[in-house]
Design a protein around this ligand. Sequence first.
Ligand code: F6R
Length: 682
Amino acid sequence: MYAVIMAGGRGERLWPASTREWPKPFLPLASGKALLRATYDRVVPLVGQEGVYVVAGRELAERVSLFLGIPPGRLIVEPRGKNTAPAVGLAAAFLAEKDPEAVLIMLPADHLIRGEEGFRRCLSAALAAARDGHLVTLGIRPTRPATGYGYIEPGEPLEGGEIPLYQVRRFVEKPPRELAEEFLSRGYLWNSGIFVWRAARILEEIDRYLPRLSGVLRRVGPAGEELVRAWDEVEEISIDSGVMERAADVAVVPAEFEWRDLGDWQAVWESLAGDGGVASVGTEPFAKDARNTLIWSRPGRVVAALGVEGLAIVDAPEALLVTKLDRSQEVRELARAAESPPDWDELYGRDASGMLAAVKALPGQARDALSLGESAELPWEELAGFSRVVVAGMGGSGISGDLLASLLPCEVIASRGYNIPGFVGEETLLVAVSYSGNTEETLASFEQGLSRTRRAIAVSSGGKLRALAEEHGVPWIGIPAGLQPRAALGYLLFSLLGVFRRLGTFSEDPREALAVLEGMAEELSPGRKGNPAQALALALWRRVPLIYGAGCTAPVAMRWKTQVNENAKQPAFWGELPEVCHNEIVGYELTGGVMPQAEVVFLRSACDHPRVAARIDILKEVLTRRGLPFQEVRGRGESKAAQLLSLLYLGDWVSVYLALLNRVDPTPVRPIQELKDRLARI
Ligand code: F6R
């Protein structure tokens, strides 16, 4: 005996609480519990935890497994949603393969059911009939002449136990009002969409009535890559129209429980409030002289309603909706408009100063700069023999120091600020990096350091740093001017990598990394619409990214954060694993309340410690249970440099696409310049 939960309900009419990423089954619509969780808990007493399976689309499968804490082996993954018949066929084939005698309860994840005892009694009766070979459906006694449901005409009573059971005479899909009224008076039942049958029996019916679905299931089986390709062939149809309306031996058990499908905000309101009432979900009601109103929000948020009537006020992380309850049906149109894909061609026009081209140029810059560093005329012998490296630099230049700390096998300290660390002495190689050459903190700390060590190099496009280096007889590496510092990372970092290669400190060949970046420059460029960087930018749009790196990818997380700040002009934060497991994880408890737009991005690399990977798996579960979304991206290539820089480069692209979605020009960073100008006058 198995229960198969169909987690496909998209809930468009429940936008903006229900979104593509976090749809209806994950929402606590009528109690503190999400519908999916409530459905799961409801069937566990019947079939045990091991007996519950879930059918979900590919995009949601992992979320379902994390949310319910069920192993991936109990997920039946549908390549693409195609209505209920293909989902039923897939589940039946999947379970019949494991257990040819399997009897299945198939039930949607997004219904509200009250009266658990009655629910289980009805299902026990249905299971007994299913074992005898019937296709059994649960019917709901109608409370009104609804035109949005399918109706069932019950026929002769069947032999059964204490719960009555009837043959089904016919199914009628969504009748017009007059017919619905007639059905109501003649004792018809609503079709609940909850079915019970033997897997083998429903597969026989699918063989008979849905030849394309049956053909695919027989040919390629219920899982695997082959299925993904073949899925286009199967019929897109409901199990009601595809099989139940035509099959023989169909039985119905009239429900002895309260059932609602919570299709729209009006239905949610009705399930919670009596006539005239104000209902609220997620937050305490805060209303005066309000009637027939629904408020949806989150814990701790004050949503006040004064003197209003017949409204749904839905304050979701994604958007705020205010609608008349009796127009709830139309929310679907708004949802579709709000979630429609952006017009990238129009958005590219916002890149007035050419940041997309600058990002695309990074691998080429890096290649040039590597040779520049390797072949620079430097006093190599005087520079060699250091025991540690200190890199002084700020912002888009300073990040090179952190990246060098991850890439070089020796001790490297990135120093930000006016003072150089106290340990700097003759053993230290001091590097100053400032793209403009005019950053006062970098100049001050470099000058301080020069009084303690003669081993030093400066990198800039010119400016005061060049003059300072010349004045002290320190070698200077000049890189091309005219860029934003953050868009010159290829020059800044790779010229230094070239130097450290020549010094023998860095033995890894960065050319593999460059080849990976060149591939990405093509793949993620504006010409490839819908590319992975654009998809990720869309997922992070209107959210506050919390970017997590681990060890050597921590500076990459910092670069993502600063790129999102400077290009997309929005807040972002970064953290480092495993450290976040010792503090930030506690903050998740109220994140949904105080920063509902938060979205974690895990930067994963082949260099991660295996225990970090285990921690990420647990964090993903913790986040999902708290209703917080996350994204996961992986480094590419073999070498550490490739892993690290591919993650970094993806972030650069994402930040620029995010800027365009935010409708801002990614290039100018006026607040930084204004602050520098004001300081120059003090
Ligand atoms: C990045 C940016 C800043 C600067 C920082 C230091 O594009 O504009 O983060 O990098 O203000 O200036 P430089 O790099 O000239 O030393």
